[in-house]
Structures are given as structure tokens and as C-alpha cells.
Design a protein around this ligand. Structure first.
Ligand code: FPP
Ligand code: MG
Length: 305
């Protein structure tokens, strides 16, 4: 009997999630010198039950290019740390002002605003400290640091967020829907897509991917990142806060542009399906070793949280 892709994803996730969680726990012990409240705030957000999709992507990409997943674990943890920091800061009153994240009170609700800002700062630094634990040749570690720093930096994650808070994704009447769509895609390629693409690139770098494999991973990551954001918007419209572990429908209530808001639910769903088809096709040069990456792409379409 052949395994369906949801079996394959579930099988990979069942094996990888506990290992990722154990690594995050290990790398965030912070015993010496770290004030107890700061440590608690860091771990409250980092160890909260997220889906761990980005660290899984690091491990899957490494395996797809012939490395052992364990070799990539410091990079997987580093990506999740940056993701966790970005969620802590995104939830702050100065940004989205949210009170619920991953089914828990947001960091600033639990520990106060100043401590949440500091927990985010510390997670960002801890990510690079953790990445430096890779047991790879120095040139690979340096390349990984550059990829992660660029994706987390002013032209990608932070830049996309800056455009977003400046109203770049706010609906207005004086732009055509084509322009609005281009603006929305530009924000999300940086805000969401860049970290997803970086996760996949890190796995490839650690496995010494050849140029053909690297190009395939690049095409896959770009399409997956955008499809992920479209499904995020669609889930927000559906509004199942219990499954999502965060408040829903806030973007549309604030007048922010979303894919379903611009294209409608059906066309958004079709756009995401097309991107996922392209992402899966991009994996062809990697052959059967990319089965887990293919399964994750399908999972992104069918997810409910
Ligand atoms: C949900 O991921 C998160 C996103 C779709 C990314 C949103 C981007 C930001 C909040 C950028 C913020 C940037 C800064 C610099 C503050 P997920 O569904 O994988 O969440 P999970 O890990 O909790 O499962
Ligand atoms: Mg938010």
C-alpha cells in the first residue's frame, strides 16, 4: 500500500516535533546570568505549542539533499527562535496589539511590555548563538549566518513588517486591485516568505546542495512561502480561534488588505493551489528524497491551523 502525503507528513512530524522541542528546550536553558523573569518570558514564547513548520523545513531540506536531519538541528532551532521573536514583537501594543498566541497569553500580557521586548531581543541573539553550534565547516556556518541574517533583516522580515505597520497593506480606494495585489505580495514575500525560504536554503547549505538542488529548493521555497500566507489569510476568515490559538478576523476588521479580501475566498484558494502545484513540480530534480517536502506542501493547503 502506498503512503498518502498526509501520512508522510504526519510520520515526519511525529518523529521531528519532539526532537525539535527537545532542542529548543536545551538551547534555551540560559542558566547563568539570565534573570529568571527574562528566561521565563523567552521560554513562554519559544516553547509554546507552535506547528514548528519552519524548523521541519530545515530538516526536510537537509534530508532531501542527502544530510542527516540531526546535523541541521541547530539551524532548525535558530529559525524557530527568530520566528518566535518576530511573533513576540508583532503581538506588542505598538504593532498588532494581540492578547493570545499559540493558545497562550501573548508575551507582553504574561510578562509586561518591557520584558516582552527584551525577550524578543534575546531570542534574536540566541538564534545566532545557536546557529554557531552547527557541526559544519566554518564556511558553511558563515554562509548560513548570512542567509539567516538577511532573511531576518531590514530588507526582508523587518522591512516587510515596517511596510505593513506603515499601512502598506491597508486597503485604500485609490489603487487598482492589481496594484494592491502587487503591494500585498511584496509585503508577504518579505514578512512571511523570506523566513520560509531561508529555512529551506539552510537545510540545503548544510547538506552541500549542488546548484541544481539549490535552484529547486529556491523555487519551492518561494512558492510555498506565498501559498502559506494565502492559507493563513483564508484560515483567518474561517475564524476558528480555538484551532488557531490566536485571535481571528483582526486584519479585515482593521481594514487591512488580505488575499481573500482582494481576490475572494475561491480565487485565493485557487491561487494557493496553483502555487503549491508549482512548488511540488519544482522538487522534481530532487527525486524521491524530497517526499517529505512534497508532503509538507500539500499539508499547507489542507491545514486547519
Ligand atoms: C504564523 O506562522 C506567522 C506568520 C504567517 C508570519 C507573520 C509575520 C510576522 C508576524 C512578522 C513580524 C516581524 C517582526 C519583525 C515583528 P505559523 O502559523 O507557522 O505560527 P506557529 O509557529 O505559531 O504555528
Ligand atoms: Mg499579528
Amino acid at each position: 500500500m502506498t503512503k498518502t502525503s498526509s501520512d508522510l507528513f504526519a510520520q515526519f512530524a511525529e518523529r521531528a516535533r519532539p526532537e525539535i522541542d527537545a532542542a529548543l528546550d536545551r538551547y534555551s536553558q540560559l542558566d547563568e546570568g539570565c534573570p529568571a523573569k527574562l528566561r521565563e518570558a523567552i521560554r513562554h514564547s519559544l516553547l509554546a505549542p507552535g506547528k514548528r513548520l519552519r524548523p521541519m523545513l530545515v530538516l526536510m531540506a537537509a534530508e532531501a539533499c542527502g544530510a542527516r536531519a540531526e546535523a541541521a538541528m541547530p539551524a532548525a532551532a535558530a529559525v524557530e527562535m527568530i520566528h518566535a521573536y518576530s511573533l513576540v514583537h508583532d503581538d506588542l501594543p505598538a504593532m498588532d496589539d494581540d492578547d493570545l498566541r499559540r493558545g497562550r497569553p501573548t508575551c507582553h500580557k504574561a510578562f509586561g511590555e518591557a520584558m516582552a521586548i527584551l525577550a524578543g531581543d534575546a531570542l534574536l541573539a540566541l538564534a545566532f548563538e545557536t546557529l554557531a553550534k552547527l557541526d559544519s565547516p566554518p564556511q558553511v556556518v558563515a554562509q548560513c549566518s548570512a542567509v539567516l541574517a538577511e532573511a531576518a533583516g531590514a530588507c526582508q522580515l523587518v522591512g516587510g513588517q515596517a511596510d505593513d505597520v506603515e499601512g502598506g497593506s491597508t486597503a485604500s480606494n485609490d489603487t487598482s486591485s492589481k496594484e494592491a495585489l502587487a503591494r500585498l505580495e511584496s509585503i508577504h514575500r518579505r514578512k512571511t516568505g523570506a523566513m520560509i525560504s531561508a529555512a529551506i536554503r539552510l537545510g540545503g547549505l548544510i547538506a552541500w546542495a549542488d546548484p541544481l538542488q539549490e535552484a529547486a529548493l529556491g523555487r519551492y521555497g518561494e512558492r510555498l512561502g506565498l501559498a502559506f500566507q494565502i492559507t493563513d489569510d483564508l484560515l483567518d476568515v474561517r475564524g476558528d480561534e480555538a484551532a488557531l490559538g490566536k485571535r481571528a478576523r483582526k486584519d479585515s476588521r482593521r481594514g487591512k488588505l488580505t488575499f481573500p479580501g482582494l481576490l475572494g475566498v475561491e480565487s485565493s484558494r485557487r491561487h494557493a493551489e496553483e502555487l503549491i502545484d508549482e512548488a511540488r513540480e519544482a522538487l522534481a530534480p530532487l527525486g524521491s528524497s524530497a517526499g517529505a517536502l512534497e508532503a509538507l506542501a500539500r499539508h499547507v493547503l489542507d491545514r486547519n491551523c
